[in-house]
Design a binder for this molecule. Structure first.
Ligand SMILES: Cc1ncc(COP(=O)(O)O)c(C=O)c1O
Length: 455
């Protein structure tokens, strides 16, 4: 907030070198900018940076130990060492993305679903490459959601996208999750309720992180995928409600052969799902390269919006990513990460079990088979929010977590209690960034904090 003092500043005149003071009127931000508040989680990251020896399970970052510098260097050299290719890569590209990369991605998505037993031919012309999948989520929201429209999410959900929705003026309604993903009966009940209130027309999107959900780690089962598609199709009476399938963690599976096919692959009409994926988690977030497979009648709108936004994501990065796919370096990195994160999670889960045994406190957690997150549900009565005794004590003991409340922010619910807890008794533990040899100590510190505050 600016006050009187901020608006009466002293400046040096560049010509006379004299000090001048004058009234500087405040900027007037757009309504959109006012809606786009700083995510609450930023405070947590500041906290993490400000305390020495803090073990942080807060940020959703990947493990620096595993970042593929050598392979990326080779791929950069291959692109830049070839004069003709280098010139193409250093020129502007197309808004929808490098054609060769889009062809490779279409073949890749087709192969992932084929491994899950579904034959679905992904069309390269329906793929748009963006600056991370976050950009594609943003663009999809821009082209489909007007202020006051309704977006159905899960509760809890990925708070960065919730902030994007908030910024777009969307009303968010959350559907509870259990260990198999969102609960179809609850989704059905929500649609009935919205229809009853006469606002079905305003429902535009159903957002679903379908593999190793952020923040809970759960994967939507095959049965639930079919049910979700059926429910959304049935309630798409006057307009098509789009499912945005966010598959950011799809590749980070302990056992890839156990994974269900994508919602996009299961959709026989090939028109209800926009599938967003990324190279951030399975390769390197610093390249900030993601992609979406879109229904045919949505491609033009997204590409036009993207043209207004950036008229094309970094072309050089796309050439490098294609090179990495073609030389098998991408697949090798995925393989490496799968094993690495599985090992980290198993240390985390073992340490949690040990802590529960010692504390003799009935708390529980999800047991994902991939991804970067474990979701902890504490007994009713132990609050986890950023003002709670547990949160403060945990920091005092040198460990940081994401309070569950952040993952419910702004989401309306028919019932605030879910099979995976509620906004006041839950925690997200992210084990991506924390070094492997600090995980056990981190959980022990958390257990000491719990012991201090447990009744
Ligand atoms: C569920 C989910 N979707 C999308 C993203 C965005 O990733 P990026 O924009 O780096 O592709 C993230 C990042 O943490 C995420 O957790």
């Amino acid at each position: 907030m600016s006050d009187e003092r901020d608006t009466h500043e002293s400046h040096v005149d560049p010509f006379s070198g004299q000090s001048v003071s004058g009234h500087v009127a405040p900027l007037r931000l757009s309504r959109k900018a006012q809606l786009a508040a700083e995510p609450a989680v930023t405070r947590l990251i500041e906290l993490a940076l400000g305390q020495e020896d803090l073990i942080s399970f807060a940020p959703g970052l990947v493990d620096e130990e595993t970042l593929p510098d050598a392979d990326t260097e080779l791929a950069c050299r291959a692109v830049l060492g070839n004069k003709e290719l280098a010139r193409r890569a250093l020129q502007y590209g197309t808004t929808s993305g490098l054609p060769g990369l889009r062809r490779a991605l279409a073949a890749y998505l087709t192969e992932l679903d084929a491994r899950a037993g579904v034959s679905h031919e992904f069309d390269p012309d329906r793929i748009v490459v963006g600056t991370g999948s976050q950009q594609l989520l943003y663009l999809l929201t821009q082209v489909l959601v007007d202020p006051g429209d309704i977006v159905i999410t899960s509760a809890p959900d990925y708070f960065v996208y919730m902030a994007t929705l908030e910024g777009a003026g969307a009303t968010m309604w959350g559907v509870p999750l259990d260990e198999h993903g969102i609960v179809p009966q609850a989704l059905e009940q929500l649609f009935r309720q919205l229809d009853h209130e006469g606002v079905l027309e305003r429902v535009r999107l159903v957002y679903n992180v379908s593999y190793f959900h952020n923040p809970t780690g759960v994967t939507l089962s095959l049965k639930r995928r079919r049910e979700l598609l059926e429910i959304v199709r049935r309630w798409s009476r006057k307009h098509r409600i789009l499912i945005v399938e966010d598959a950011a963690y799809r590749e980070l599976a302990d056992e890839p052969e156990e994974l269900p096919p994508s919602l996009a692959g299961l959709d026989e009409t090939d028109s209800f799902v926009a599938l967003c994926q990324t190279f951030s988690k399975p390769y390197a977030p610093g390249l900030k390269c993601g992609y979406a497979y879109l229904p045919e009648d949505l491609v033009e709108a997204v590409v036009c919006e993207k043209t207004n936004h950036d008229f094309g994501s970094p072309n050089l990065i796309q050439h490098v990513m294609l090179e990495l796919m073609e030389r098998g370096a991408y697949a090798r990195q995925v393989e490496r990460l799968r094993k690495h994160y599985a090992a980290k999670r198993s240390i985390l889960l073992r340490a949690l079990a040990e802590a529960r045994r010692k504390l003799n406190l009935p708390f529980r957690w999800t047991e994902p088979r991939g991804g970067l997150y474990v979701w902890i549900v504490l007994p009713e009565g132990i609050r986890t929010d950023s003002e709670s005794a547990l949160f403060r004590t945990a920091i005092k003991h040198g460990v940081l977590y994401v309070p569950g409340e952040y993952c419910f922010l702004g989401i309306r619910m028919l019932n605030p209690n879910t099979p995976l807890g509620n906004a006041s008794n839950t925690i997200r533990f992210a084990y991506g960034h924390c070094p492997l040899d600090r995980i056990e100590e981190g959980v022990q510190r958390f257990a000491r904090a719990l012991a201090d505050v447990a009744p």
